[in-house]
Design a protein. Structure first.
Length: 220
């Protein structure tokens, strides 16, 4: 079985990516966890992820401040690729880009939107409404590349660029946290494709910020 990928989108450890971790695994503030978070609001051993047949199950380990999945506090939750885990000041994205893309493709629509909940995808509340077409030609969108991190910046330039990235990331953070998945009313106000694009941008910005602040941080 493939492992679990977790990306830290927000918090002191933002930008870190944990690829192909094998369950069972634990996340917490204390050394000895599979993922150790530098976050005083995170418990020493905050939550664990384990397999139950072909499912991933998150269990909160009686943490002080609780665990949220997709904005909803939970003690026990089935995880799916594209889910968001929030603990303390830290926000984590479940799954690699390919795993999230495969999940969206398996839903049977190129442009699903977040609308009414489906029984098989309760954690993301997916429905299949058509998405408006982009006003830009496809070839223009495909030609847009993610900018690389500049080389040989002075300390002042690094600080200035970090301020810019912090500003952008905080804006994205507010957008991400403004989405709430209400499983009882079966409604949410974001399209899945727009939601995943925001998460991808958030992950890229956090990684760039970490690279600027710590040049010795691994690029992998």
């Amino acid at each position: 079985m493939t492992g679990v990928t977790l990306k830290i989108l927000h918090g002191a450890d933002r930008g870190k990516v944990y690829d192909e971790l094998q369950p069972p695994l634990t996340v917490g503030r204390e050394e000895g966890n599979d993922i150790q978070l530098n976050d005083e609001r995170v418990s020493r051993c905050h939550f664990k992820v384990q397999r139950d047949n072909d499912r991933l199950v998150l269990t909160d380990l009686d943490s002080t401040n609780g665990t949220k999945v997709n904005g909803v506090e939970c003690q026990l939750k089935i995880l799916r690729h594209g889910d968001l885990i929030s603990v303390g000041r830290s926000l984590m994205l479940v799954g690699s880009e390919s795993q999230i893309a495969a999940r969206l493709a398996a839903m049977g629509s190129e442009n699903p939107t977040m609308g009414q909940i489906s029984s098989s995808e309760s954690s993301l509340a997916i429905a299949f409404d058509s998405e408006p077409k982009s006003p830009y030609p496809a070839e223009v969108i495909q030609a847009q590349e993610v900018p690389s991190v500049p080389d040989d910046l002075s300390p002042g330039q690094k600080a200035q660029l970090c301020e810019i990235l912090d500003y952008l990331q905080n804006r994205l953070q507010r957008l991400i946290e403004s989405a709430r998945i209400d499983e009882s009313s079966q409604e949410v106000m974001l399209k899945v494709t727009a939601w995943q694009r925001m998460l991808d941008t958030q992950a890229r910005l956090s990684k760039m910020n970490h690279q600027i602040a710590d040049p010795d941080w691994p690029n992998g």
